[in-house]
Design a protein around this ligand. Structure first.
Ligand code: IPM
Ligand code: MN
Length: 331
């Protein structure tokens, strides 16, 4: 079966790392048909298009979306992020952002040492709020955070279902229930209710500030983490930093209900400072492609790609891509 993949290389190093990911998928012998979508900051600067409803509807017809990175310094912060990336997350209902981390624990070489499940459609990312009296001494800015029982619970349920299939069967809720008492209480009660339905899964709770210490000093304690959108954004950059670098950190923006395509992208950004230098590590994009293959039912290919990435080849973007592709092809 041929999988139809929408490719959004995007800005900066995005197209470079995405090309290596496609190379590796093909080396794995998985049949894909790709279509390039010219979207991102560069496209916006050229003709003002960010993500029209027509293009969004076309994206809906694909089996998955593989994205490199979007954002360019010439466009003010938020325009492309909100108009393209967050629009896809919200409109395609990609409510789980799954970010696996490996290599953090000596002796643990399995690709999925711990996994962060970040809620991906709510929290402060919804953009609730506004400004009043802008630019005056009496300026007011509010920025809300939306937490719905449905949204929180479906994300937590996904984390428990995932943990139930893993060896350690352990889920940690990360929040800030001691300060964000309204949202925290909703998250904690939803977590407790779902946990009661998974007696085989053990649980823990960490405040997000303490979790930052544990990420650095004792990541072994984690198996599956479930957390709010913004905490998950911040924690997963830290997760990348403590598990081999952000050049290895992959992510899956999932619609587990499969009412449309899911989207796969490295955690890193467009890194305009190194574009064209060959310094970008394509491994995060390649591991994101492996997550995509898992979700498309091509788990065996996903495993082969992860094993090839675990040998951590060095060199330029293309050299690393070639090394992983040939390890995959000779498997
Ligand atoms: C990420 C990114 C995005 C986020 C930005 C680019 C909007 O940092 O995927 O982690 O904050 O979610
Ligand atoms: Mn981020």
């Amino acid at each position: 079966m041929t999988h139809r993949i929408a490719l959004i290389g995007g800005d900066g190093i995005g197209p470079e790392v995405t090309a290596e990911a496609v190379k590796v998928i093909k080396a794995a012998g998985v049949a894909i048909e790709t279509k390039d979508f010219d979207l991102g900051g560069a496209r916006y600067l050229r003709d003002g298009e960010i993500l029209s409803d027509a293009v969004l509807d076309e994206l809906r017809t694909f089996d998955a979306i593989l994205l490199g990175a979007v954002g360019t310094p010439e466009v003010p912060p938020g325009v492309i992020e909100r108009g393209l990336l967050l629009k896809m997350r919200f409109e395609l209902d990609l409510y789980v952002n799954q970010r696996p981390f490996s290599g953090v624990a000596p002796g643990h070489v399995t690709p999925h040492d711990f996994i962060c499940i970040r809620e991906n459609t709510e929290g402060p990312y919804v953009g609730e709020g506004g400004v009043l009296r802008k630019g005056t001494a009496h300026e007011v800015a509010t920025q809300g955070s939306v937490n719905t029982r449905m949204g929180v619970e479906r994300c937590i349920r996904y984390a428990f279902e995932l943990a139930a299939q893993r060896d350690r069967k352990h889920v940690t809720l990360v929040h800030k229930t001691n300060v964000l008492t309204f949202a925290g209480d909703l998250w904690q009660r939803a977590f407790n209710d779902v946990a009661a339905q998974f007696p085989q899964v053990s649980t823990a709770y960490n405040h997000v500030d303490a979790a930052c210490i544990y990420f650095v000093q004792d990541p072994h304690r984690y198996d599956v983490i479930v957390t709010d959108n913004l905490f998950g954004d911040i924690l997963t950059d830290l997760g990348g930093a403590v598990s081999g670098g952000i050049g290895l950190a992959s992510s899956a923006n999932l619609n587990p209900a499969r009412t449309g395509p899911s989207m796969f992208e490295p955690v890193h950004g467009s890194a305009p400072d190194i574009v064209g230098t060959g310094k970008a590590n394509p491994t995060a994009a390649i591991l994101s492609a492996a997550l995509m293959l898992d979700f498309l039912g091509e788990n065996a290919a996903g495993d082969v790609i992860r094993a090839a990435c675990a040998t951590a080849p060095t060199g330029s973007t293309i050299e690393i891509g070639n090394a992983i592709a040939s390890a995959v092809a000779s498997h």
